[in-house]
Structure formats: C-alpha cells, structure tokens
Design a protein around this ligand. Structure first.
Ligand code: HPA
Length: 273
C-alpha cells in the first residue's frame, strides 16, 4: 500500500469519528508537554492505536492521542505524544501523521519539543522560538516517499519557520513571562545525549539548541505547504555546558516545571494565529 493510500485510510477514519471536524491548527506536544494543552471545548480523543496506519509512541512521558476540539472558536487538533526516529520507526513512516493532519485540512503546525541549550542565556525553563534548523540526522522522511498529493519533490526552506507566527509568539512570551529567544534547532537522532566535543562542534556549526525530534515533522509539513511554528522548550544546558549529567528524568521533570507557563503561552497565541 502506498503512503497516500495509508493516509487516506487514516483521514477517512478520523473524519468519520469527528464528523468532518476539519481542524485548522495542529499542535505536536513533545516530551512531557502533553499536559500543557489548553482546555478544548467539544473535545474528541482518538487513541493512536485506533487510527489506521498511525504509529504508536513507546516513550514514557508521551501518551498517544489525537485530540480534537475548539479553543476560543479556533479548530485545533493536538498530537498528544509524538514519534521519534530513535524508537525504530522507519524515517518515512514519520511522515504519516503530518500528512494526515494536512489532508484533514490543517494549515498551521505548532511543533514543540524538549531541547538542550547551547546558549548559556537560554536556561532551563526558557523557550527557543525556532527560526531555522540544521538536519544532522543523516536521514529524511521524504526520501523514497514522493507523491505529488503532498507537495513538490524539491522545495524551498528559506522561510520554513513563519515569521509572523514567531513574532506573535515572542510577544506572547513577554506577556506570560517566559524567557525566549529565536534560534536554530540542531537535530540529532539520539537516543543518547551528546558528548561535550559534539556540543562544541555543533556550536561552531551554528546550533542554538539540540534535540531528537522536530525536524522530520517540519520537513514533511513544509513540503505540503503548512505554516510552521517551532517551540523548543529548554530542559537543560547541553552536555559540557551543564554542570550535572543529563537524563530523561530531568527532561521530564523540567518540562513539568514549564507546563503551566507553556499552557498560558499556547492560550495566548492560539486565538492570534
Ligand atoms: N540533547 C538532545 N535532546 C535533548 C536534550 C539534549 O541535551 N535535552 C532534551 N532533549
């Protein structure tokens, strides 16, 4: 079965369950951020395992649900829990969920994720609003995965992180008192955290923050013409800059600390996007 056929099956199932809800904004809630979702009206929850051809998340801190609902009249869908390359999913399968969102009618995608910061001023609890990325995963979900229904094979990435969405977000961060700065996401496969030498190298290459997700999703979204907002939640200073050893437990506990403010941020920006 082609990926287009898989996506069409997922879309048909979802449209039936949601009575053709047609969300306009999608939000991918990263590690530990599943509880930062604003309260949605007329909520419909579809577990990933019920949706044909959807993948399943396997990481603690990532529940797996597609949540539909209204926030102040805006039609939202949330991916509560995401899929990572390091879980063993084939890279091209990471395109399925994003292409499904596109075919459901989504126009704007907010991608959040936990990151380590290479900028000492972006301390845990702050947000790096992404203005660019470096794909260091040595792979791409669009390889051997072309279908004109999902956009052109070759496409431009010079404006992939939409400027107006970044501006709205930076202003909202001030309002809800979150330290925030624009920067470049450096994508690695994980699952290990980096070495101090890698972090020094990545800094030379232009990284602001480093993480193990975001970029595959953004590439798929950009191909099908979605506007993208990337919100990197800093859970730690990167290896060698941080004084302590890094752990997933720390990632989760730091995101728990940000949860409340991150929720306020989303509540502030969603009606404005
Ligand atoms: N490196 C990579 N991914 C991460 C980190 C990190 O330091 N922190 C949270 N996700």
């Amino acid at each position: 079965m082609t990926q287009l056929e898989q996506v069409k099956k997922a879309v048909a199932f979802i449209n039936k369950k949601t009575k053709n809800f047609k969300p306009e904004i999608a939000l991918i809630a990263g590690s530990g951020l599943g509880n930062s979702i604003p309260r949605l009206d007329k909520k419909i929850v579809l577990p990933y395992e019920k949706i044909p051809h959807f993948l399943r998340s396997t990481v603690p801190g990532h529940s797996g649900n597609l949540v539909f609902g209204l926030y102040k009249g805006r039609k939202i869908v949330v991916m509560q829990g995401r899929f990572h390359y390091y879980e063993g999913h084939p890279m091209k399968d990471l395109a399925i969920s994003i292409r499904t969102l596109f075919m459901l009618g989504v126009k704007k995608l907010i991608v959040s994720g936990a990151v380590g910061s290479l900028d000492e001023k972006l301390t845990p609890g702050s947000i790096c609003v992404l203005n660019d990325h470096i794909n260091f995963m040595a792979n791409n979900p669009l390889i051997n995965n072309y279908d004109p229904s999902f956009g052109p094979r070759f496409f431009d990435l010079s404006k992939v992180y939409t400027k107006s969405l970044r501006q709205i977000t930076l202003a909202a961060c001030k309002k809800v008192k979150i330290k925030a700065k624009e920067g470049t996401y450096f994508a690695v496969t994980g699952p290990n955290f980096e070495t101090p030498a890698e972090i020094r190298a990545f800094k030379t290459l232009g990284a602001t923050v480093v993480g193990m997700s975001v970029v595959p999703e953004v590439l798929v979204a950009a191909q099908c013409g979605l506007e993208v907002l990337g919100l990197a939640c800093v859970t730690n200073l990167a290896c060698g800059i941080a004084k302590e050893a890094l752990s997933h437990a720390q990632t989760i506990s730091e995101t728990k600390k940000i949860e409340g403010k991150f929720k306020s941020l989303l509540e502030t920006i969603l009606p404005k996007l």
